[in-house]
Ligand binder design. Structure first.
Ligand SMILES: [Mg+2]
Length: 306
């Protein structure tokens, strides 16, 4: 069903992990950092889960998955992760750019919300929802761990449904997590939410922003994904023996890997590269098309809503 994962020892992730080791964020020997690799095929993630299922009770295996450019990618570049990062760069570095869609980060979040509401997405691999379902049939638990903020939940859940994903049925059962939005930790009492004072410092966790956890989807509003995962594990109804993590963003992969490993937990992490070519094409290509589409949309909205 799933091929045995091949390891990629030259992954750029090892660069990230080296940085974390030097910074003292990972208190392990380099040889222990073996469960990290790049992959452009989700079947490798599945194979790692199957391997763990030979060793552990599947109900104590947690598969943690990112959304943007991992489970789903935008049908057009407008509103994609790469578009958002480009716009953020313009706001911070080229405020006079004619391509800028907002004056501030808050304005960009609003534009992103509008685009999530009216756009559709697709799995980077057509068979990805099927592969996820096969893993769910093993009886494992899942957690969708996204940087999206809780305000985008409705559009996010709609696109999961349209693409035949259902993460509610395999969601990690938790207790003590409020419905709706909540603050993930109190900087004055980090232990109450499963973090240590040392972790607050190491992961530069300052004032928390509201997040939400429902139907197996943790919407973290851009906060440290490793720390956010630790807070959820703290509230899990059952202990987790092993974690398999898949994300297209190297920084998040390194942060989650380091945070879990530092707790002495078993983890295999994948840097998912299937969308890399599309991201590069956008980053290095002409922005005229997204600019034209955004202008058209703004003009229509202005005309209709004035
Ligand atoms: Mg992503």
């Amino acid at each position: 069903m799933f091929a045995v994962p091949s390891r990629c020892p030259k992954s750029t992730l090892y660069g990230w992990i080296s940085v974390l080791l030097v910074a003292g964020l990972v208190q392990v020997s380099p040889s222990a950092a073996g469960g990290l690799s790049d992959t452009d095929d989700f079947a490798e993630v599945g194979a790692a889960v199957v391997q763990y299922a030979h060793k552990f009770d599947p109900a104590r295996i947690l598969v943690v998955l990112d959304i943007d450019n991992t489970l789903l990618a935008m049908n057009t570049p407008l509103g994609s992760d790469q578009w958002f990062e480009w716009q953020r760069y313009l706001i911070e570095n080229e405020p006079k750019s004619k391509f800028r869609v907002a004056d501030s980060f808050a304005g960009l979040l609003e534009a992103q919300g509008l685009l999530y509401n009216i756009s559709h997405m697709h799995p980077p691999q057509p068979n990805l929802p099927g592969l996820v379902r096969r893993l769910q049939q093993l009886g494992i638990r899942t957690l969708v761990l996204t940087s999206r903020g809780p305000e985008y939940r409705a559009a996010t859940e709609r696109e999961f449904k349209l693409n035949h994903y259902d993460f509610a049925k395999s969601a990690l059962p938790v207790h003590n997590i409020p419905c709706g939005e909540y603050l993930p930790y109190d900087p004055n009492k980090p232990e109450a939410d499963g973090l240590t004072a040392g972790e607050l410092k190491l992961y530069h966790l300052n004032s928390p922003r509201p997040i939400s956890y429902e139907d197996g989807i943790l919407m973290t509003a851009g906060q440290h994904k490793g720390a956010m995962l630790l807070t959820i594990l703290h509230d899990a109804q059952e202990d987790i023996d092993a974690i398999v993590y898949d994300d297209d963003n190297e920084r998040h992969v390194a942060n989650v890997y380091a945070a879990v490993l530092a707790r002495g937990k078993e983890i295999t992490a994948f840097h998912y590269t299937r969308e890399d070519n599309n991201v590069k094409k956008f980053n290095y290509g002409s922005k005229d098309d997204v600019n034209r589409r955004w202008k058209q949309l703004s003009n229509v909205l202005e005309e209709v809503l004035q």
